[in-house]
Design a protein around this ligand. Structure first.
Ligand SMILES: Cc1cc2nc3c(=O)[nH]c(=O)nc-3n(C[C@H](O)[C@H](O)[C@H](O)COP(=O)(O)OP(=O)(O)OC[C@H]3O[C@@H](n4cnc5c(N)ncnc54)[C@H](O)[C@@H]3O)c2cc1C
Length: 278
């Protein structure tokens, strides 16, 4: 069997095809899927082309929250005024490959590809994104922070499509931080990455915080234990150092072709120090 592409022209048709039991692989921008095909790591299959589905089309709409249609690309965000309210989305988009990839690759594809080194997912997770998962029999919404269960394992059934991503509008006062550490400044996969957001009181006590890391665990990790250590406390040098040590118990970095466990551990603590010293 070779690779084939099925193009549905309505969402009903697409969800019906997924419900039929036949193994269909959703195809959005294909920037991950084509790499897997070329590398020979994708078994011959039928792709379900999502390009013609109105309900999934690239949209950035604000109506109490920000909604990204499933086919929204990195470029769509980079050129949208929404980047003023969600600066970290634009920073993350800028880190993904180069312009050609940013023009085709989708945020939903980044989520569904489930790479622990994804650049878009940490920003979405730090903004408390939720995912709309639609199938023929139900429509449900799950928090992105609870979506991943293990390496490339996620809370998505084969008959479900990611239809949209929803992000609550940030309240005034939040400060965003996004830093990717790779071999080069651009066109590199991260060795470690921190997407952080922090809300401080007037006396510099931490009212609320998000700390999301890439490339230091089998999936994008929100470091809830380290967040809990600083929440409600003033950011003294001692508290910052406590957090920089605490992150070591939450991460599970490995040695691989891009870096070593030792380097990832050391630099991840440095990112925590840098973020909390804002
Ligand atoms: C040269 C190059 C550089 C890259 N650089 C980066 C980088 O710096 N940072 C980074 O994070 N990524 C990078 N990528 C990876 C890729 O571009 C991103 O992960 C991108 O967001 C994938 O989106 P896509 O629309 O192309 O997904 P596709 O390749 O179409 O699909 C990816 C996976 O998601 C599934 N999928 C897609 N859409 C849906 C949906 N709506 N519902 C359910 N499942 C769906 C597919 O079935 C597939 O399993 C790079 C890729 C290339 C080729």
């Amino acid at each position: 069997m070779s690779f084939q592409v099925v193009t549905p022209y309505s969402l009903d048709e697409a969800l019906g095809a997924l419900a039929s039991g036949e193994k269909l692989v959703p195809l959005a921008g294909a920037t991950d899927l084509m790499v897997y095909m070329e590398a020979g790591t994708l078994a011959p299959c039928r792709f379900l082309n999502l390009q013609e589905l109105d309900e999934l089309k690239p949209t950035l709409s604000v109506n109490g929250s920000l909604t990204l249609g499933a086919m929204t690309t990195y470029r769509d965000v980079r050129v949208s005024p929404i980047r003023e309210q969600f600066p970290m989305l634009a920073w993350a988009a800028r880190e993904v490959g180069a312009l050609a990839i940013q023009s085709r690759g989708t945020w939903a594809g980044n989520v569904a590809n489930a790479s622990p080194a994804a650049d878009g997912v940490p920003a979405l997770m730090a903004y408390d994104a939720e995912i709309d998962l639609w199938s023929k029999k139900e429509r449900r919404r799950v928090p992105l922070a609870k979506f991943y269960r293990g390496y490339k394992e996620m809370d998505r059934r084969p008959d479900e499509l990611i239809a949209a991503l929803h992000l609550p509008l940030p309240q005034p006062g939040w400060v965003d931080y996004y830093r990717k550490v790779g071999t080069r400044r651009f066109q590199a996969i991260s060795k470690t990455l921190l997407a952080g957001r922090i809300l401080l009181d007037a006396d510099r006590a931490v009212r609320d915080i998000r700390m999301v890391f890439a490339s230091i665990a089998p999936y994008t990790l929100r470091a809830v234990q380290t967040e809990a250590i600083v929440r409600g406390r003033e950011l003294t040098p001692e508290v910052i150092e406590e957090a920089a040590q605490a992150i070591q118990d939450e991460i599970h970095p490995i040695d691989d072709i891009r870096s070593t466990e030792t380097y990832r551990r050391r630099v991840t603590s440095n990112l925590v120090r840098d973020f909390l010293s804002l």
